[in-house]
Design a protein around this ligand. Structure first.
Ligand code: PEP
Length: 251
């Protein structure tokens, strides 16, 4: 039986305002009843606010991205050390929106993964294929490339340890189209095997989340799959009841 603790992470993206984030966090705190690990990834300017509100709970804080640089003349960027000041346990890296809208390629994503690891945070590395890539039969090739770019910068399995993968088919993000549990399971199994080719045993040790239009009514069947260890939740994480239902659908 797997020892991997389920994880549900909320990616609020660039949504909300103080007025909506306060009741959202308080509602989640009040209703949460799960042994899964739960993380909230607010926009960077709200990290302090959320950190304060979750301070006496088991809920973790996460960042939506971070700089690959330690410090310096990088206007607008936020470093791993700065995120550490707010006790960020997680940092999402390589989200498809960062890749496609902000031009982050595999090498930059790998550096961000390393920056988070070096600072003692757990990167959540997003991988996933576009619809055209899936229709071309290139899903595994794309995901292998995205994963290998990161494992290639790890000298030992310890450099990856604690890192999380989120399989997010681009065609399912924010579209209402979810991968079927079988489609997701097949890719998760592939990811686990691919991690093992980099470092033996890494596959079984690594939590692999599914992301892409997870909702209250499809979470349970996705999370029931052997290799799905939880979810990275976008739209549905902005609604207290929907997010709680997803958290409670974990095994
Ligand atoms: C995401 O962007 O990480 C995501 C999973 O979004 P949604 O749940 O809205 O598809």
């Amino acid at each position: 039986m797997s020892q991997r603790r389920p994880l549900v992470a909320a990616n609020w993206k660039m949504n909300g305002a103080l007025a909506s984030i306060r009741p959202l966090v308080d509602g989640i705190i009040a209703g949460l009843d799960t042994r899964a690990e739960v993380a909230l990834c607010p926009p960077a300017v709200y990290l302090a606010e959320v950190a304060g509100r979750i301070a006496n709970t088991d809920i973790a804080l996460g960042a939506q991205t971070l700089s690959e640089h330690r410090a310096g003349a990088y206007t607008g960027e936020v470093s791993a050390a700065m995120l550490n000041d707010y006790n960020c346990r997680f940092a999402i890296v390589g989200h498809s929106e960062r890749r496609s809208l902000f031009g982050e390629g595999d090498i930059v994503v790998a550096r961000k993964f390393q920056a988070a690891q070096l600072a003692g945070m757990r990167p959540i590395l997003c991988v996933g294929e576009t619809l055209a890539e899936r229709e071309d039969g290139a899903t595994e090739t794309v995901i292998a490339r995205q994963l290998d770019a990161v494992t290639a910068v790890c000298e030992t399995a310890d450099d990856f340890a604690g890192g999380v993968i989120a399989y997010e088919p681009v065609w399912a993000i924010g579209t209402g189209h979810t991968a079927t549990p079988e489609q997701a399971q097949a890719v998760h199994a592939f990811i686990r095997a691919r991690l093992d080719t980099a470092f033996s045993g890494l596959g079984a040790a690594t939590r692999i989340l599914y992301g892409g239009s997870v909702k209250a009514d499809n979470a349970e069947e996705l999370f029931a799959k052997t290799d799905i260890d939880g979810g990275l939740i976008g739209g549905a994480s902005l609604d207290v009841q929907a997010f709680l239902a997803i958290c409670h659908a974990t095994r």
